[in-house]
Design a protein around this ligand. Structure first.
Ligand SMILES: [Zn+2]
Length: 230
């Protein structure tokens, strides 16, 4: 009998990589899904490829979506990425690195692929603690999407299966995510978090994502294998 299949959203960052490792650890045959959505750099997609390989994903699909044509985010438009913000600045309001409706767009594609794969399980590495500014990382959003998914698909309506959105990291701190990932044997040096890679290939060390990552490794008492600009 084939293993249970799961579709795992994989950006190549720390969180989605750990979510993939959790899915694999729970015995799922993993189908990794990434998006080439017009992000300003393709460094994270490179990481997604390496992670999918290293963690033995059954298939790694990269869908092209031109979110740059929509814009509205520092990750897809010519808007500066905020640097060196304090924790209180990061936790107040929705940052310009928010990509409009991104998780809804990504989960919708995951849902379509899951239906074709006859999978009833989707994993997403959202986290409600450290990214409290992102509305589509909240548990009530995920519950609403799951409810919608079961109304929206043939598999859901015919009662053949109940689709579940797994969010194994939703209540974890960045430090706990680092520990979970490394505890599952993931080489975290394969992951990429920085919003603005430097010309020398290092992480910038100052964007929100770099700062949260640094805090996570430091609180976990581990050294980050990914080189930073300073
Ligand atoms: Zn950075």
């Amino acid at each position: 009998m084939a293993g249970r299949r799961a579709v795992v959203l994989l950006s190549g960052g720390l969180d989605s990589t750990t979510a993939l490792a959790v899915a694999r650890d729970e015995g799922f045959e993993c189908y990794a899904l990434s998006f080439d959505y017009g992000q300003r750099h393709d460094r994270e997609l490179e990481s997604a490829h390496r992670v999918a390989d290293a963690l033995g994903a059954k298939q790694h699909l990269v869908l092209r979506l031109d979110l740059r044509a929509i814009g509205g985010s520092a990750l897809t438009a010519d808007i500066p990425v905020p640097k060196s913000r304090s924790e209180s600045e990061m936790s107040s309001g929705i940052p310009v690195t928010y990509v409009p409706a991104r998780n809804t767009i990504f989960l919708s594609h995951a849902l379509a692929w899951a239906e074709v794969l006859e999978s009833s399980d989707i994993f997403i590495g959202v986290n409600a603690l450290d990214y409290s500014g992102y509305p589509d990382c909240r548990p009530e959003y995920i519950e609403a999407f799951e409810r919608m998914a079961n109304l929206a698909t043939r598999a859901g309506v015919e009662g053949a299966m109940r689709l579940r959105i797994h969010t194994p990291l939703i209540n974890l701190s960045k430090a706990q995510i680092v520990l979970r990932g490394s505890g599952l044997g993931v080489d975290l040096g394969l992951t990429w978090s920085c919003y603005e890679p430097q010309p020398n290939g290092r992480a910038c060390g100052r964007c929100d994502s770099c700062l949260l990552r640094r805090k996570g490794f430091s609180e976990a008492g581990l050294r980050d294998p990914v080189p930073t600009a300073r």
